[in-house]
Design a protein around this ligand. Structure first.
Ligand code: NAD
Ligand code: ZN
Ligand code: ZN
Length: 390
């Protein structure tokens, strides 16, 4: 089959690789119809995540048609249309039983390696390095889906791929980011990063009752998508001092909750560095990464919530712990427990509360993956989200 493979830093290549096979009674094989590129794939593309090998198949956002099932998979039949959640989870361990699927204890055969590299041992993830299980990804014609008896969700034929594909990751991730904010009526929620994850966090904050949502980014096109589809007020962090503007927008108090949908790749503009240099928060901060997270902590109102869905690995230094502790902030975070959200979010799509396809700016073919990665990484052609059809 054809698959998009990691070939080294900033290089992917669509190549011929062996077809996946059922290896376990709980596996299924899915013929992929649509797959997308995630901000998380850029961490691999950038060469930021260790334990990738040349030829590894990328992709963890995909959907398609079941073409083969193992003996224990009784919930799916050949021909069923499914969306596959990105964390691989057994459904029966202590973590899964409590709904913490992205920290499943049984899905990552290389958990020891992950623990050594990252200080923890999360679940397996498709197409996301050997420390996260070495599973082949879904930017391909076919994928092997382990634990297919509990992961994939069936999709009726009247919904288009584009409406449901993002249930695999970015929609539930944004939703979890908003859910972790315990939104109350009248709340103001600020979101750093107006990429697809941030946009879904904004849309979800709205669905969960936020009165105002504020989007922070530097790409006008992304801010416009956020504004038009979620009613967000926008801040271009390259043009203003974010902390000052947020204070002005919230009667001096700060947003009730702050969502970091940027992660460790945070870019830091000179205006914000100047703000720190002026010592506004009484704590003088260094100006290295991650900028967005610090800004989220420092601007959040007293006793508010900081919700981190942007991805981090390893150690993050210069974290404003004093601000968090002394101002009674709550910090929440996690890789998304996607399986938890599949049914309720599919229901919301069905009821017309949201059409997730609003994030898509580019529709390309799997064979065009190298070009698609380049465009998505460099935000060329106002790229927001790429869907590859297979
Ligand atoms: P993306 O790269 O498309 O978007 C990130 C956005 O952040 C960009 O628009 C960028 O301009 C903006 N940004 C950078 N620095 C900023 C700053 N200092 N302030 C404000 N905005 C800033 O990525 P995406 O697909 O939207 O994903 C966002 C993050 O979420 C990534 O870190 C990704 O790995 C992570 N993620 C986490 C999960 C999870 O389960 N928690 C799932 C999917 C993605
Ligand atoms: Zn993703
Ligand atoms: Zn489990």
């Amino acid at each position: 089959m054809r698959a998009n493979c990691w070939m080294g830093r900033n290089t992917v290549e669509v190549r011929e690789v062996p077809d996946p096979q059922i290896m376990n009674d709980r596996d299924a094989v899915v013929r992929i119809t649509s797959t997308s590129i995630c901000g998380s794939d850029l961490h691999l593309y950038d060469g930021y995540i260790p334990t990738m090998k040349k030829g590894d198949v990328l992709g963890h956002e995909f959907m398609g048609e079941v073409v083969e099932v193992g003996r224990e998979v009784r919930n799916l039949r050949i021909g069923d249309r499914v969306v596959v959640p990105f964390p691989i989870a057994c459904g029966h361990c202590v973590a899964c039983e409590r709904g913490f699927f992205s920290v499943c204890e049984n899905s990552n055969p290389n958990a020891g390696l992950a623990e050594m590299v990252m200080g923890h041992s999360p679940a397996g993830i498709y197409g996301y390095s050997h420390m996260l299980g070495g599973f082949a990804g879904g930017q391909a014609e076919y994928a092997r889906v382990p634990f297919a008896d509990i992961g994939p969700i069936k999709i009726e034929d009247d919904l288009r791929d584009e409406q449901v594909l993002f249930l695999s990751d970015v929609f539930p991730t944004g939703y979890m980011g908003a859910e972790m904010c315990d939104i109350q009526r009248g709340d103001i929620i600020a979101v750093w990063g107006a990429g697809p994850v941030g946009q879904f966090a904004m849309a979800s904050a709205r669905m969960l009752g936020a009165e105002r949502v504020i989007a922070i980014d530097r790409y006008p096109q992304r801010l416009r998508i956020a504004q038009e589809n979620t009613g967000a007020e926008v801040i271009n962090y390259e043009q203003v001092d974010v902390l000052e503007v947020l204070r002005d927008m919230t009667a001096g108090r700060g947003p009730d909750a702050c969502i970091d949908a940027v992660g460790s790749e945070s870019h830091h503009p000179s205006s914000a560095i100047n703000a720190y240099d002026r010592g506004k928060q009484a704590v003088r901060l260094e100006t290295d990464r991650p900028h967005a997270l610090r800004e989220a902590v420092l601007s959040c109102r007293n006793a508010g919530i900081v919700s981190v869905i942007g991805a981090y690995g390893g150690f993050i230094d210069k974290f404003p712990m004093g601000s968090l502790m002394n101002r009674s902030l709550t910090l929440r975070s996690g890789q998304c427990h996607v399986q938890r959200y599949l049914r309720p979010l599919l229901d919301r799509i069905r009821r017309g509360e949201i059409d997730p396809s609003f994030v898509i700016t580019h529709r390309m073919r799997l064979d065009e993956a190298p070009k698609a990665y380049e465009i998505f990484k460099n935000k060329q052609q106002d790229c927001n989200k790429v869907v590859l059809s297979v």
